[in-house]
Each structure stands twice: as structure tokens, then as C-alpha cells.
Write a protein that binds this ligand. Structure first.
Ligand code: PBG
Length: 337
């Protein structure tokens, strides 16, 4: 006997055409931002610690940007590995106009003027201590002197042609200071994507390996250096604190707010989404990438299906844009449909 059911939700799942009509969340290539690693070396080096990813020379980087543009990716974010000899306590190489980073921005913009270049503003690639800020003699991370350097770094990126600067350092007051500096220098059109709720996460491990940027936990005969970033990145236990950061960044002039990592913090993405009218970005970080890659390489999960589901989940939680190392692969899959 058939049941007497006026409502049968399965009717809306019956065919692919109907499912496409009732899908509440979509993913397209325009929502993706592709993170790229670079170094000052003529070789492009495949990264053992991040299978499928490469640390590019400047020429290689320009070529890779061209490749992904053809797939439909039009936003990239750059992360440099800086030679040890150029690192210092105060990270001054971060604002060297002839440094690797501004050269790379100019090279990409010269070859591909339409691509949106997002830059990372933080001292860790340039810090001999492996921290996002200046470490003092007691092992503390100095806030306000760090912001003075970050401002110079962001200005250099804008002068080199960055479309969006993305402070990832978690110092207090940096968004406002960067906004004031950019405006005063005639760069009112350069946007700020703030790493608003960036957690002190173990999922960044493979990234730090790729860039040799892990915090040093001790120094020979010198100052004590903290081996983690817990005095500036957020405690994974907290959500309300993320909303407090959102309010500050909004008031200081951020154009986008970001939650990082993404997958383990979907509740934070949702809370931030409901708390602001700004666009929300989420960063599917290196550890999230690697866990999927490792499971897929072992044949334990279907890579394409799991990647698409992970990104749809991040979108469903409320992210408008997603930074993901899978961006070119996803763009390829999306165009196959
Ligand atoms: C540092 C920075 C980190 C990442 C992006 N910018 C590492 C850190 O904070 O230690 C991590 C990205 C990833 O793991 O994919 N400013």
C-alpha cells in the first residue's frame, strides 16, 4: 500500500535538471583565489611536502598565472620564500623596492594586466625569528613597531601594482594604519582583505615547511623565541572573539574579512557571515589540502568529489570567496560540466 503523503521531498531530487534548479549553493571559478609560492631562484621546484604544488621562479610564476587564467582563475595571492641572508629581526626586506615580492607583482601585472593580484602583508617570510612581527629581547611580539613596518610593506605592494593587500599578521590596528597610509599616498583604490579571524592552527604546518617560515623556538645564547603564534593568532576555542575582530576591521576600513582555516571553522564563517555586510573570504589552508591529497593518493577517498564537497561546504557556511590550492583543478572540473 502506498503511503498517503502530500509531501515527498524526494520529488525535488529526482533528476539532475530538477536538482540543479533547487540547489541552494553554487560554486564557480570567480569565487576562487589561487595561492602561489615563489622564490628568488631561476628554478621551479616541486614541493615534496605539498604534492601538486610548486615554488616558482618569477618567470615560472608568470607562466603559471597565464595557465590558470586560461582555466578561468582570475585572482591569485602570493607567498614568498626569502633567502636566510635577507632575514632580520625587524624584517626590513619586506619593504625593499627591488625585493623579490615587488618584482613578482610587476612581472605578473606586465604579462597579465587583468589578473587580480592579492598580496600577503606580514613579516614572517622576512623575520629571522620566523614570526609575523618583531620579537623583542624578552620573546614578546611587539605590536605597534610591527605595524609601522607592515604599513611600509603594504605601500610597497600597492606601488608595485597590487589590487588587494591582505594583512595576515593579526597585529592590532594594522588595517586602519594601512588604510590611512594607502589613502595618503594616492592608493584609495587598493583594497584590504583582512585576515580577520586567523587562528593559531596546526593546519599551517605544511605551508611553513614550504616557505621555511616556521617560528624558531629558541635562539643560541639569545632571546627566548616563542615556538608558536598564540600571542597574536586566535585561540581555536573562540567564536565571539572573531566577531570582535570583525567589528574592528570593519571600522578600520577593511573591504573583505577572512576566516582561516576554513573546514574546521565553518561555524565561525557562519557567525561572521551573519555579523557583517562585508564579503567574507575563507582560506582552505595547506593542512586541509594535504589531508585530502594524502587520502586520495592512498585511494581512500575520491579526490574530485571530496574537494568539491569541501568547497561547497565552505560556501554553504557563508563564504563568498575561497582561497584554495585546488583552485586550478576545480576550475578545470567546473568547465567540464
Ligand atoms: C603567515 C601565513 C601563514 C599562512 C598564510 N600566511 C602561516 C602562519 O600564519 O604561520 C598559512 C597558509 C596555509 O597553511 O596554507 N603570514
Amino acid at each position: 500500500m502506498p503511503q498517503d503523503l502530500p509531501q515527498r521531498p524526494r520529488r525535488n531530487r529526482r533528476t539532475a535538471a530538477i536538482r540543479a534548479m533547487v540547489a541552494e549553493t553554487r560554486l564557480d571559478a570567480g569565487q576562487l583565489i589561487y595561492p602561489l609560492f615563489l622564490h628568488d631562484d631561476p628554478n621551479d621546484v616541486a614541493l615534496d611536502s605539498l604534492p601538486g604544488l610548486t615554488r616558482w621562479s618569477v618567470d615560472g610564476l608568470v607562466g603559471e598565472v597565464g595557465r590558470v587564467i586560461a582555466l578561468g582563475i582570475d585572482k591569485v595571492v602570493l607567498f614568498p620564500k626569502i633567502a636566510d641572508g635577507l632575514k632580520s629581526v625587524t624584517g626590513d626586506e619586506a619593504y625593499n623596492p627591488e625585493g623579490l615580492y615587488p618584482r613578482a607583482i610587476r612581472a605578473i601585472k606586465a604579462a597579465h594586466p587583468g589578473v587580480c593580484v592579492i598580496t600577503d602583508v606580514a613579516l614572517d617570510p622576512y623575520s629571522s625569528d620566523g614570526h609575523d612581527g618583531i620579537v623583542n629581547d624578552d620573546g614578546g611580539i611587539e605590536n605597534d613597531p610591527t605595524v609601522e613596518v607592515l604599513v611600509k610593506q603594504a605601500l610597497l605592494h600597492a606601488e608595485a601594482g597590487a589590487d588587494i593587500v591582505a594583512p595576515s599578521d593579526m597585529m592590532d590596528g594594522r588595517v586602519g594604519a594601512i588604510r590611512d597610509t594607502l589613502d595618503a599616498a594616492g592608493h584609495a583604490d587598493v583594497s584590504i582583505m583582512s585576515y580577520t579571524a586567523k587562528y593559531a592552527s596546526a593546519y599551517y604546518g605544511p605551508f611553513r615547511g614550504a616557505l621555511d617560515s616556521a617560528p624558531k623556538s629558541s635562539a643560541e645564547g639569545g632571546k627566548p623565541i616563542p615556538g608558536d603564534k598564540k600571542t597574536y593568532q586566535m585561540d581555536p576555542a573562540n567564536v565571539r572573539e572573531a566577531l570582535r575582530e570583525v567589528e574592528l576591521d570593519e571600522n578600520e576600513g577593511a573591504d573583505f574579512v577572512m576566516v582561516k582555516p576554513a573546514g574546521p571553522y565553518l561555524d565561525v564563517i557562519r557567525a561572521v557571515r551573519e555579523h557583517t555586510h562585508l564579503p567574507v573570504a575563507a582560506y582552505q589552508v595547506s593542512g586541509e589540502y594535504l589531508m585530502i591529497k594524502a587520502a586520495a593518493a592512498s585511494g581512500w577517498v575520491d579526490e574530485r568529489a571530496v574537494v568539491m564537497e569541501s568547497l561547497l561546504g565552505i560556501r554553504r557556511a557563508g563564504a563568498d570567496a575561497i582561497l584554495t590550492y585546488f583552485a586550478p583543478q576545480v576550475a578545470g572540473w567546473l568547465s567540464e560540466k
